[in-house]
Design a protein around this ligand. Sequence first.
Ligand SMILES: Cc1ncc(COP(=O)(O)O)c(C=O)c1O
Length: 345
Amino acid sequence: MPEARPDLAAPIDLGGEGTPVQEAPALCPAPGARLFLKREDLAGQEYGGNKVRKLEHLLATARDQGRPVLTTGAVGSHHVLATAWYGRRLGIAVHAVLGPQPATPHVEQTARASAGLLAGAWPVPRWPLLPAQAAVVAHELERRHGVAPLLVPPGGSSVEGCLGSVRLGLELGRDVAEGRLPEPDQLYLPVGSGGTAAGLWVGLRAAGLGTRLVGVRVAPALLSNRAHVRALAHGLCRRLGWHLRLASDDLVLDTAHLGAGYGHPTAAGEQALARARDTAGLSLESTYSAKAMAACLAHLSGAPTGRVALFLVTANSKPLDPLLASAPPTLPAPLRALLGSPIQR
Ligand SMILES: Cc1ncc(COP(=O)(O)O)c(C=O)c1O
């Protein structure tokens, strides 16, 4: 347990706190096991998902320091869209350097919504060009605004942003303490930039839960790896002044569900997406949550009686209409060029 717990209230309220927990018996593949869902998809005032709590920290910093935001991600990044949406609501100019991603209807819609909300979209045709372009854009924004932009890494996974995921772990502690959830043996979630897993790791341990994290890798190993998650978790402990034991077998990284790469749907993922929709009414997407659900269902089938698993529903499930109100009818050509050939489903 931490020696001293600093105030971990959200510095601004975007509606991230207090998401529901529900059991999903018809989705659970093993008769004696129990599968619960933590509905982060319902977080947020208009746009949900696992980025909302991170943005409650990141956008507070940008607002308080009067700085624009510069972030990066794939052209259909949920993180970029969430940052652009909540940034606009707070009067913060959000710019993004955007890289390529395979085209799906969901990706295209997300990209279109972002295009209408971003103060600036700066495409790069290949991922390795992204850091250099971000440096150029940061320089340009400082010239325009007279102040350096707040640089927000992919997925919002700076130590500051991950404080939001620590709060999620602490909230799960309260869900258990107050009887909404039996203590889970495992918590399943997709791992992209790794910040959600890192924050949860710290928050769960600080809450006194022994739940093991099972992260499902959905991005290249360069971004999405155990060492990165561990470094972020240790950075969080230092930032918070908490002394926690983070054992190396606390975090399992399942690397078997990436398929052809980031954003490429997999057959198992699409089957899991359909099963989650039909049995629990969830709306998952192919890049992150479908692959994590496929791993969760595979691990759980044949699980022993009494096993309790928790799945973190990380993708927004609220209607996108308010975010699409300012979207161009078709994606501007420089952004369209970032979409790979359409994926055949
Ligand atoms: C729907 C969804 N799930 C999971 C993740 C991964 O979270 P993290 O980047 O914190 O690992 C993302 C990140 O972009 C996401 O959009």
